[in-house]
Design a protein around this ligand. Structure first.
Ligand SMILES: N[C@@H](CCC(=O)N[C@@H](CS)C(=O)NCC(=O)O)C(=O)O
Length: 215
């Protein structure tokens, strides 16, 4: 049975997992969870993900038992340990920590503040300003970190988990009208990554649940 990925086409956290699965050439089947139809809060999905968030993965372990995992970064770490054919964490201890630093800057400090359920609490006319404010703040810090850490990609010249998180976050930044010219390192690394198949195949517009008018 192929691994199942509970995903929403425009979810940046689902996109992270899609990229890692593509990079590692792991076969998977998308199970769409429509966030705009509130399917993440349905009783059925709450058995899969008690936090009512995407992504989640479902697969069989060595003994044939069904395993369900949530939290995109925990999923990325699991995939890294189980399928090390294309490593996304450097061997070097310091570089490894640097990758995790950038991962947390996005996963803990930026994305949660512009998640759907948070934005639902912000007045309609303030949503864009809110998202843009927090992404700008986070990107200012990441741009500074990249000055030291980056080569072709976020940390050195190999693709890492930091890159896997960066691309979907830049897509979100553009949705919130963040001026990416203020972040030349992020912008150029993102452009380089977007030309790679594993990233572009995982793009929202290439997902089975992407509405036809957006494709
Ligand atoms: N920390 C979680 C965050 C997951 C998350 O925020 N998912 C969003 C989509 S990117 C979601 O499901 N939002 C639904 C909602 O806010 O109701 C992870 O990394 O998996």
């Amino acid at each position: 049975m192929a691994l199942k990925l509970y995903s929403y086409y425009r979810s940046s956290c689902s996109w992270r997992v899609r990229i890692a699965l593509n990079l590692k050439k792991i076969e998977y089947q998308i199970v769409p969870v429509n966030l705009l139809k509130n399917e993440q809060n349905s009783g059925e999905y709450s058995h899969i993900n008690p936090s009512h968030l995407v992504p989640s993965i479902e697969l069989k372990n060595e003994s044939g038992q069904t395993i369900i995992l949530g939290q995109s970064v925990a999923i990325l770490e699991f995939l890294e340990e189980r399928y090390n054919n294309v490593p996304l964490l450097p061997k070097d201890l310091i570089k490894r920590a640097k990758v995790r630093e950038i991962v947390q800057m996005i996963a803990s400090d930026i994305q949660p503040i512009q998640n759907l359920r948070v934005l639902n609490e912000v007045e309609v006319e303030k949503k864009n300003e809110w998202g843009s404010f927090w992404i700008n703040k986070g990107f200012e810090a990441i741009e500074q970190v990249l000055t030291q850490s980056s080569g072709l990609y976020c940390v050195g010249d190999d693709i890492t988990m930091a890159d896997v998180l960066l691309v979907p976050q830049v897509y979100n930044a553009e949705r919130f009208s963040v001026d990416m010219n203020k972040f030349p390192k992020i912008k150029s690394i993102n452009e380089r990554l977007c030309r790679i198949d594993a990233f572009s195949i995982a793009h929202p517009k290439n997902q089975p649940d992407c509405p036809i008018e957006i494709k």
